[in-house]
Design a protein around this ligand. Structure first.
Ligand SMILES: *Cc1c(COP(=O)(O)O)cnc(C)c1O
Length: 381
């Protein structure tokens, strides 16, 4: 699936031969820093901070935004569980919000879930689909809430000609094995805000007071963890970033063709999209769950309700409200009783039960895409 090869091997080889594995180890500019500079330039964002995972980037973003005990953070009911775990890691609690037919957070339900204790929204650009950022940023201004975009599944995508991850107050990428570009495990935090960047810089690097860049930091130092990325990760990412445009362009061409051909169906519709002009991901919507199931069985296209790991009902560590120590349980610090029930986001379950994914890769040959759509259109209900 990934476009990865000789150039990445050469870059990693250089890291090993130079015996230069840690990003802050020495004088000359390393790969991690070069990658960050290239990322900032590409996304038109002021700061990019590479980390060891997307989860680390999300947690550091919330630290950056000063989210903590007593705070509520709005997250969508359909996402990788890490989105909902990040608030817990900083002592806050996730409050679940329904998705709409775009598979992303429903701005109308965001407004309904806001309480006096809500501090931030984490819109998730899931499955290479983008959120309705215009409505979300409007809500953020109206209620003075921070927006941390989880763009872990949408690296390089645009919403209305702005890069996702660089629209909210903070944004995060993941570079794990399943993402648009990869180095095995990795992530990045993006922000235009100097304070968020400084706080994340301190937090992700055990307080960072010993570094040569410590003298430039104006924020007081505080206790942190180690979420640093290594030069091996940086070396791979530096090459991967150069490949990203081509991958996304090819995905977009294929998505456009799929949408054109599949919109002819009378049995299903192509799911609405928050920015069709830049679209990469595509979903199909059926009138009934029975039809979606039948379609899934006949074609192998996954019914979204069955992509179980992403559905909130299956987020065990969230639903159980268990933490590693009873005294470190953010639900005890919440300003009101937070309860989760399997049916709390019914609208989301209803949509997911009528939705199927259309799988394709950046290098799927165009004739194969056409052949596949003929198969999908020929299903009899
Ligand atoms: C992958 C992913 C993450 C976490 O990324 P890791 O690098 O695996 O920690 C967070 N949110 C979403 C939506 C993801 O898909």
């Amino acid at each position: 699936m990934h476009n990865i090869g000789k150039e990445e091997v050469q870059a990693v080889r250089k890291v090993i031969m130079d015996n230069q594995f840690m990003r802050y180890r020495g004088g000359e500019t390393g790969y991690v820093e070069r990658f960050e500079k290239a990322l900032c330039k590409k996304l038109d964002v002021k700061h990019a901070l590479t980390m060891n995972s997307g989860t680390s980037a999300l947690i550091s973003a919330l630290v950056g935004l000063n989210i903590g005990p007593g705070d509520e953070v709005l997250v969508p009911a359909f996402t990788w569980v890490a989105t909902a775990l990040a608030p817990l890691a900083v002592g806050a609690v996730p409050v679940l919000v329904d998705i709409d037919e775009t598979l992303t957070i429903d701005p109308r339900d965001v407004e309904k879930k806001i309480t006096r204790h809500t501090k931030a929204i984490i819109p998730v650009h899931v499955c290479n689909l983008v959120c309705d950022m215009k409505s979300i940023m409007r809500i953020s201004r109206k209620y003075k809430l921070a927006v941390c975009e989880d763009a872990c599944q949408a690296v390089g995508l645009q919403y209305k000609n702005k890069y996702v991850g660089a629209i909210g107050h903070a944004g995060t990428f993941s570079f794990n094995q399943y993402k648009n570009i990869t180095c095995g495990e990795g992530g990045a935090l993006l922000t235009n805000d100097d304070t968020i960047n400084e706080r994340a810089l301190i937090y992700h690097d055990t307080g960072c007071y010993t570094r040569s860049h410590a003298s430039k930091i104006t924020h007081p130092f505080f206790a942190g963890v180690n979420y640093r990325a290594s030069e091996i990760q940086g070396a791979i990412l530096h090459v991967q970033l150069k490949r990203l445009n081509d991958i996304l362009k090819k995905l977009h061409t294929r998505r456009k063709l799929l949408a054109e051909l599949l919109s002819q169906s009378k049995d299903f519709k192509v799911a609405p999209h928050n920015d069709p002009n830049n679209a990469i991901g595509i979903m199909l919507l059926f009138k009934t769950p029975r039809q979606a199931k039948l379609f899934s069985q006949r074609t192998g296209c996954r019914m979204m309700l069955e992509s179980s790991r992403h559905v909130y009902t299956n987020w065990e560590p969230i639903m159980s409200q268990e933490t590693f120590h009873p005294k470190m349980n953010p639900y005890k610090w919440a300003k009101r009783k937070i309860k989760y029930r399997k049916d709390m986001c019914k609208e989301s379950l209803q949509i997911l039960s009528r939705m199927c994914n259309v799988p394709f890769l950046y290098d799927t040959p165009i004739p194969e895409i056409r052949k596949f759509t003929r198969k999908l259109l020929s299903v009899k209900f």
